[in-house]
Design a protein around this ligand. Structure first.
Ligand code: DX5
Ligand code: ZN
Length: 221
């Protein structure tokens, strides 16, 4: 299982986003948190910033849409240059149609589950997805404490993916750091979002390398 580390620019300096994106070159994806102050109680950035980031870095963009009505807005993020677009199932009216539209437009389609949303009802949808995101904090803010009560859900999701033999990435987001990443990897995650653990570090690129090493070692066990 190849481990991927996706730094979240939510914890970066928003006045210097191009530099901050380049500070983590070597990361697999740049995680871009889009918040609309409706689905979550915070407001970040939208399509124009994604378009500009696309030009500022070679690292592909992993857009995490924490927005209401993703059925309407998600396709614009593919057009803006996102390589992967994640919508929240709690906000989507027609998740299958939306995942197919994201794929048809040329991006990887991903679906996120808030902490209180179980994975089992979506077993039949998994083949429609390229990635499943299990939130390990309530979405909305960086720097929150990791919810270790999500570890059993990560394990159950990994079991479902393996049961169906799917080529589906399992991402975790929220509170992922040097002290929690091994538990996530051990539970079956293979894509790790880290905001404060990367951009709060003295050397963000070194923090990415450190997290990758830890996750890879934990996956190997
Ligand atoms: C939270 C966002 C996360 C956030 C993670 O709602 O979806 O991507 O940036 O930040 P940390 O790693 O600091 O918890
Ligand atoms: Zn996120």
């Amino acid at each position: 299982m190849a481990v991927q580390i996706n730094p979240s620019i939510l914890s970066a300096d928003f006045a210097r986003l191009a530099d901050e994106a380049r500070a983590v070159e070597g990361a697999d994806w740049l995680h871009v948190d889009v918040m609309d102050n409706h689905f979550v109680p915070n407001l970040t950035l939208g399509v124009p910033v994604v378009e500009s980031l696309r030009k500022a870095t070679e690292t592909p963009l992993d857009c995490h849409l924490m927005i209401a009505d993703p059925d309407r807005w998600a396709p614009a993020y593919v057009e803006a240059g996102a390589g992967s677009v994640t919508f929240h199932v709690e906000a989507a009216a027609a998740p299958v149609r939306l995942a197919r539209e994201i794929r048809a437009k040329g991006a990887r389609a991903s679906m996120a589950l808030r902490p209180a949303t179980p994975v089992e009802p979506y077993e039949d949808l998994l083949p429609e997805l390229d990635m499943l995101l299990i939130m390990t904090v309530e979405p909305g803010f960086g720097g929150q404490a990791f919810l270790d009560i999500m570890l059993p859900k990560i394990r159950r999701a990994r079991k479902l993916i393996d049961k169906h033999g799917l080529d589906l990435w399992l991402q975790v987001d929220g509170g992922v750091s040097a002290s929690t990443i091994e538990r996530c990897a051990d539970a079956g995650a293979d894509v790790f979002v880290a905001g404060s653990a990367v951009y709060g570090a003295e050397d963000p690129a070194e923090a990415v390398r450190g997290l990758r090493k830890q996750a890879a070692a934990a996956c190997a066990h």
